[in-house]
Design a protein around this ligand. Sequence first.
Ligand code: GDP
Ligand code: IMO
Ligand code: MG
Length: 423
Amino acid sequence: MKKKVDVVLGAFFGDEGKGKIIDFLSTKADLSLRCAGGNNAGHTIVVDGKKFAMHLIPSGIFSGATAIIGNGVVVDPKVLLEEIKMLQESGVSTEKLLISEKAHVIFNYHQEFDLLEEEMRGKNKIGTTKRGIGPSYSDKMARFGIRMEDFISPKFASLLKNNIENKNKMFALYGKELIDYKKTYKEYKKYADELAPYVVDTVNYVHNNIENGKKVVCEGAQATLLDIDFGTYPFVTSSNTTIGGILNGTGLNASNLGRVYGVIKAYSSRVGEGPYVTELLDETGDKIRELGHEYGTTTKRPRRCGWLDLVALKYAVRLNGFTDIAMNHLDTVGKLDEIKLCVGYQDASGKVTTDYTTNPDKLKDMKPVYKTFEGNFDITGVKKFGKLPEKAKVYLKAVEEFVGVPITLIGTGPDREDLIVRK
Ligand code: GDP
Ligand code: IMO
Ligand code: MG
């Protein structure tokens, strides 16, 4: 019998703790898939106190699942090879890693373009991760992209030459240093040869496995409010980070889908520019950053921090159809005296709404309407929902009642063991 595919998606601006949730779900899965984004993502898994920051390889690799980089991912080959080496040196097997033949490759000129485009935006910069993500997705859509299957074929040399000749015309126009084709080819050909054994037709591979009764889990990257269509455009990433991106980034179909886990933190955070209604620019924000160790996994930038936003969560539920919510960092808010939940947005005219808008100009004027809850609870080592302090339960219930989705996984610390699974 075919098993349903479970999906993990971020509900807000990323870094909700998706890696940890996927690591847990993968313990019961045969295949673990990454669907979108590239090494702009940083997913942390803490195994026996050792911290791993994964940028490209699906987090399911730690529990022995076949780890598949789907067609929707943009792959920086150098970063991927470094990640493979890091895992091997740590004793984690990479034998079951596969890369879609349709995944696109990030080249040095994409990173250069990322910097150039941010420069062009001037004071409207996005604050990208500078990993070449936007420019490589642009090339994919404009049909200049180089897929993995072409990267490892004899066609690679001529495709790269043509691209570099064209990109150099642009770099010359902007007075930037030109890309050296020969040097680039030599470097990337070596990467292609090393990655070739991993490249397969993952679409048929995944469907054959599903038809043979295997369990699949999918790891979303980034998060709902960074979605190219449904996020706070233009302060977004360049892929569909919501449920549609899971299908497009893997070749799965709607009937394959099972549970959809929306991952949130008991507070919120954002890295990079863009509107953020519940951001705290005061000492409470600083305190949350310190207590939650909110510094970027990928860029090490301090993350902007604030309260949990139920207006945004309701929007994420509508878009993704979450069947479950996984809430991490309940331990962190328990260290505060009081906790706030945003239950509405008040616009400049005084009107209160619970419908999220993605228009940055409108968001800028929205004031959060808060409900306050008691903090000061310690949940270290708690393994059962029933053993949680009453104050923590009251907070969880308020979130569930607002969005109508049960919180079935609760993070009590960074380690993979620090998780309450609610039966
Ligand atoms: P991702 O990108 O969604 O996978 O999230 P990140 O790994 O970028 O950021 C989440 C951070 O929170 C990491 O440092 C995790 O180790 C940490 N973390 C995850 N869950 C919990 C939790 O329940 N409690 C605490 N204290 N830390 C957590
Ligand atoms: P994970 O998967 C948090 C943000 C960047 C920037 C914007 C565009 O770890 O949750 P890009 O380099 O993608 O063009 O940058 O998106 N961003 C993330 N923020 N977590 C992420 O991934 C992110 N990936 C991109 O900071 O604001
Ligand atoms: Mg992250």
